[in-house]
Design a binder for this molecule. Structure first.
Ligand code: ADP
Ligand code: ADP
Ligand code: ZN
Length: 214
């Protein structure tokens, strides 16, 4: 099963992709995580992407399309994948169709997490992640059960993203509405789009997503 999760920054794509990955044994492909790994590694690609990401703008379609095209060829994608953060522009959506067709693959579910923009700033500015295992948390909405200790791995170091500040979030939300929101209509017209209430509690969103993905 191959799934696309759509929604603005803070909608819950990463949170739900990780849960779906665990529940269904299909792999989360987060283009944001891939780009951040390139930035940390100091690769040419990472150096090119860093400034754009820090400004809350979108990295070039060419880079992203190449990245996903290589990634879905890898063996761990054979049982299925969850696209988290891709496609984000109309050209990326078109390129995805072509690369899937070339490989005899298809997307089974495109799921939009519908949310209020106003709530996203608080979600993003309160977001943090276990530095060891990548589990996501929130200062208010999803705290570790023991303060300072990761529920999943017991780690005690956490990190916050450089772009998770209020100014950059606003640019990212504008980029979403200008460049990404149009692809919702693209998938709606193809008949593959389903919408869940991304403002519901995390558990409720997980349940709605499970109802869709079977
Ligand atoms: P995205 O990947 O779409 O940018 P995340 O999954 O990282 O979003 O979620 C953003 C922040 O909001 C995280 O700190 C997460 O713990 C929290 N969060 C995710 N889903 C919900 C929800 N349904 N209700 C409240 N907080 C949420
Ligand atoms: P969020 O989870 O908050 O939606 P991501 O982690 O998906 O954010 O993305 C972080 C940044 O990485 C984006 O603001 C953008 O600069 C870049 N990025 C990620 N995916 C894409 C993409 N498909 N196209 C262009 N830029 C991307
Ligand atoms: Zn952890």
């Amino acid at each position: 099963m191959n799934v696309i999760l759509l929604g603005p920054p803070g909608a819950g794509k990463g949170t739900q992709a990780k849960l779906l990955q665990e529940a269904r044994g299909i792999i989360q492909l987060s283009t944001g995580d891939m780009l951040r790994a390139e930035v940390s590694a100091g690769s040419d690609l990472g150096n090119k992407a860093k400034e754009v990401m820090d400004a809350g703008q979108l990295v070039s379609d060419e880079i992203l399309i190449g990245m996903i095209s290589n990634r879905i060829n890898q063996a761990d994608c054979a049982d299925g994948f969850i696209l988290d953060g891709f496609p984000r522009t109309t050209p990326q959506a078109g390129a995805l169709d072509v690369m899937l067709e070339d490989r005899g693959l298809k997307i089974d579910h495109v799921v939009e997490l519908a949310v209020d923009d106003d709530a996203m700033v608080k979600r993003i500015t309160g977001r943090f992640t276990c530095a060891n295992c990548g589990t996501g948390y929130h200062d208010e909405y999803q705290k570790p059960s023991v303060d300072g200790i990761c529920d999943k791995c017991g780690g005690n170091e956490f990190s916050r993203r450089a772009d998770d500040n209020e100014t950059t979030v606003r640019s990212r939300l504008s980029a979403y509405h200008e460049q990404t929101a149009p692809i919702i209509a693209y998938y709606r017209n193809k008949g593959t789009l389903k919408t869940v209430d991304g403002m519901a509690d995390i558990d409720e969103v997980t349940k709605q997503l499970a109802d869709i993905t079977g």
